[in-house]
Design a binder for this molecule. Structure first.
Ligand SMILES: [Zn+2]
Length: 108
């Protein structure tokens, strides 16, 4: 049996070699390796600290069954305090009601 970390790393390398791939979610890797999401994210975070990957935070509307992406930042502290969702029209005054998704990107 392969080590989880080797398995994750090999699949990540294969994934980011594709020229059209702008990044991926940890769930995508988890579906393709035999490891739990926690194990995958631990390895991805290790690759981030090694400078191989970087994280990109996507803030998504979570009102009215809407999933519209309101903002994207490498540093989530750059998110604004309020957003108007252009898809569902919700005025969001507290972003803690939003969903934050983490996309992992290759460092070129
Ligand atoms: Zn919305």
């Amino acid at each position: 049996m392969m080590l989880v970390s080797t398995d994750v790393r090999e699949f990540v390398q294969k994934t980011i070699k594709g020229t059209l791939v702008k990044g991926f979610y940890s769930t995508y890797i988890q579906k393709n390796v035999e490891a739990s999401l926690a194990e995958v994210e631990k390895e991805l975070d290790q690759m981030v600290s090694e400078g191989l990957l970087k994280k990109y935070y996507e803030l998504c509307c979570n009102e009215n069954f809407c999933t519209h992406q309101l903002d994207g930042q490498e540093d989530p502290s750059n998110f604004k305090e309020e957003y108007d969702c252009e898809r569902c029209g919700e005025e969001i005054e507290d972003i803690s009601s939003c969903v934050t998704k983490v996309r992992y990107m290759a460092v070129r």
